[in-house]
Design a protein around this ligand. Structure first.
Ligand SMILES: Cc1cc2nc3c(=O)[nH]c(=O)nc-3n(C[C@H](O)[C@H](O)[C@H](O)COP(=O)(O)OP(=O)(O)OC[C@H]3O[C@@H](n4cnc5c(N)ncnc54)[C@H](O)[C@@H]3O)c2cc1C
Length: 553
């Protein structure tokens, strides 16, 4: 089933590049230094490739650093099995995960965790010295490895940063990838990279010639007004891969974390209150003290994320106790043990005037994880020769319609290793990059607030046809363009592009499945057991509906 639709308002899609003033080359350019990018870069460099890493802020800035709960992997074979991890992942994915890819992930996850330990990562251990394994929403077994209680991501990132430095990999910080360039046969031939000063102004633009570019830019939570994602998660990699002609899949599935710390009138990145807190016994209650999850799902408060976020969003519409914008996570049953197990969460809540040991924490859903992205195999290969995508930016078929908790960092590590192996094989040869018209149409940075509010209002945990039509008019409204002078303009342009992709897919998917919930079609429909794939060929956008596990990219 293929459908031609009108090209987006942004067409011809702005190519962001300015004329490059510097030129260099590298065998492999990795864009982004989170779990996925750092693992791919390290593996490729260790295998002898000449690798350049470009990263938007500091080396450790990105979602990985913020991960709290941990990494899912079957590490205790006496109490767990690959089959069970596979089953939990497929259940969370709500019929759209690709079983073959999930199997690859689950089987390689223990090795990926061990590889990180070999690099020096220190995970929490029990009194017997064994890895302490926690349980999270959607998991039927305790299989979550964690570090520093709730500071797992920081330990993962610390380990990888140190390893990259020790391996002598060249890293360019405060450098943003603007666009990937092709040669005249459509193969990747280089990347345009802008160096940004401390004030976010673009200093100069460099062309790095390369026939292998790995997009590892993480998520797009900043497309929403309220998110758990850090400032770097602006969907840049998805937007630039899309402009480069890569197929994009499953983008309607934006996972909302059910329990972001709620504060009045807050926007941007919010503190996440990890699912592991519910794993230790905390429960969700509404403003009138009633259980939010009772009778909703057999796993109760430990139901998969989409189920919990939807239940909270529905409960908020009823405004029990007169409270319509947040519910509460009651962790008081954990008592003082909360301080040791979740030191970061306790400290951050206390700093905001709430003591989780003695009082319920106000929480609300927030945009958290992009289940979709650049369509790729687990080894990163995309539909564009020489373009790889890995980590949260990639849609590999693992997460389907909804990611299972703690499978995110695990995927970054497993896939990062696989990309590194793919990069050691013969790389495609490319000719000189075609710089194109080098039009400098980026949108005004002011657009961003507007778009984020529209996305949160109409494209959040609960959606319907009218709201999506309103969102569509909003994200496709003509926007003033400007010349490229700052990071803010690049990010606004990319956020607008990814928002448009999300809204378009969400409008088409007339059912409720996983993290895509529509109030006007509340059930999953068999005929929608398909992936929505969008492609841009330089002149038109095509939307196709493809079977799960299909061979295409
Ligand atoms: C608060 C929070 C808690 C989480 N907890 C967990 C958890 O417990 N377990 C779990 O599995 N998952 C968790 N996740 C999700 C998980 O952290 C991410 O999915 C995963 O870390 C993504 O890794 P990544 O390498 O793909 O991207 P990131 O770690 O986000 O790294 C992306 C990198 O790309 C860079 N970048 C972005 N744009 C550009 C550009 N244009 N040019 C150059 N560089 C660019 C960024 O600066 C960054 O270095 C959590 C996420 C958040 C936000």
């Amino acid at each position: 089933m293929n459908q031609q639709i009108a090209p987006p308002v942004l067409a011809p899609l702005p190519r962001l590049p300015a004329s490059p003033t510097l030129e260099s080359s590298a065998e492999v350019v990795v864009i982004g230094s989170g779990a996925a990018g750092a693992t791919a870069a390290l593996g490729a460099a260790r295998a002898g490739r000449d690798v350049l890493v470009v990263t938007k802020s500091g080396l450790g800035a990105g979602s990985t650093t913020w991960a709290q709960g941990g990494l899912a992997a079957v590490l205790d074979a006496t109490d767990d099995s690959w089959d069970e991890h596979i089953a939990d992942t497929l259940t969370a994915g709500a019929g759209l995960s690709d079983r073959t890819v999930v199997e690859q992930l689950v089987r390689q996850a223990p090795e990926a965790v061990q590889a990180l330990i070999d690099l020096g990562a220190e995970f929490d251990r029990d009194l017997g010295g064994r890895l302490a394994l926690a349980r999270e929403g959607g998991h039927h077994r305790s299989r979550i490895v964690h570090a520093g209680g709730d500071a797992t991501g920081a330990e993962v990132q610390r380990t990888l940063d140190g390893s990259l430095r020790a391996a002598g990999v060249v890293v360019r910080e405060r450098s943003i990838a603007l666009d990937v360039l092709h040669d005249d046969r459509g193969c990747v031939a280089g990347v345009l990279i802008a160096h940004v000063d401390n004030f976010g102004r673009i200093e100069d633009v460099a062309l790095v010639r390369s026939s292998a570019v790995v997009v590892a830019t993480g998520g797009l939570g900043q497309a929403y007004a309220v998110t758990t994602n850090p400032a770097q998660s602006t969907g840049d990699g998805l937007a630039l891969a899309w402009r480069a002609g890569a197929a994009v899949a499953d983008v309607e599935f934006v996972q909302f974390h059910p329990t972001a710390f709620w504060q009045p009138q807050s926007s941007g990145q919010q503190l996440l209150v990890s699912e592991a807190v519910r794993g230790e016994g905390a429960t969700l209650i509404d403003g009138a003290g009633g259980s939010v999850m009772r009778g909703v799902h057999p796993l109760g408060d430990l139901a998969p994320r989409d189920v919990v976020a939807t239940a909270i969003a529905l409960r908020l519409r009823e405004a029990p106790g007169g409270i319509g914008d947040h519910v509460f996570l009651d962790a008081t049953s954990i008592g003082p043990a909360m301080v040791d197990r979740f030191p970061t969460i306790v400290a951050r809540c206390r700093a905001a005037g709430i003591d989780p040991v003695t009082e319920p924490i106000p929480v609300a859903p927030a945009a958290h994880f992009a289940c979709g992205g650049v369509r790729a195999r687990l080894d990163g290969i995309t539909s564009v020769p020489g373009l790889f995508a890995v980590g949260e930016v990639a849609a590999t078929g693992v997460h389907g319609a909804n990611r299972l908790a703690s499978n995110g960092v695990t995927e970054g590590l497993v896939a990062g290793h696989m990309v590194a192996i793919a990069l050691t094989k013969t790389l495609p040869e490319s000719g000189p990059p075609v710089l194109g018209a080098a039009s400098l149409a980026v949108v005004d940075a002011k657009v961003r607030t507007d778009v984020a509010l529209a996305m949160s209002r109409w494209v959040g945990p609960l959606r319907d046809g009218d709201g999506l039509t309103a969102a569509s008019a909003h994200v496709r409204a003509p926007r003033p363009s400007t010349s490229l002078t700052s990071l803010a303009e690049v990010e606004a342009t990319n956020l607008l592009a990814v928002s448009e992709l999300i809204v378009h897919a969400a409008q088409r998917r007339e059912e409720s499945r996983g993290s895509h919930r529509r109030l006007d079609c509340t059930e999953p429909r068999d005929e929608w057991r398909k992936r929505i794939v969008q492609r841009w060929d330089g002149s038109a956008v095509t939307t196709s509906y493809e079977p799960v596990g299909g061979a295409g990219l």
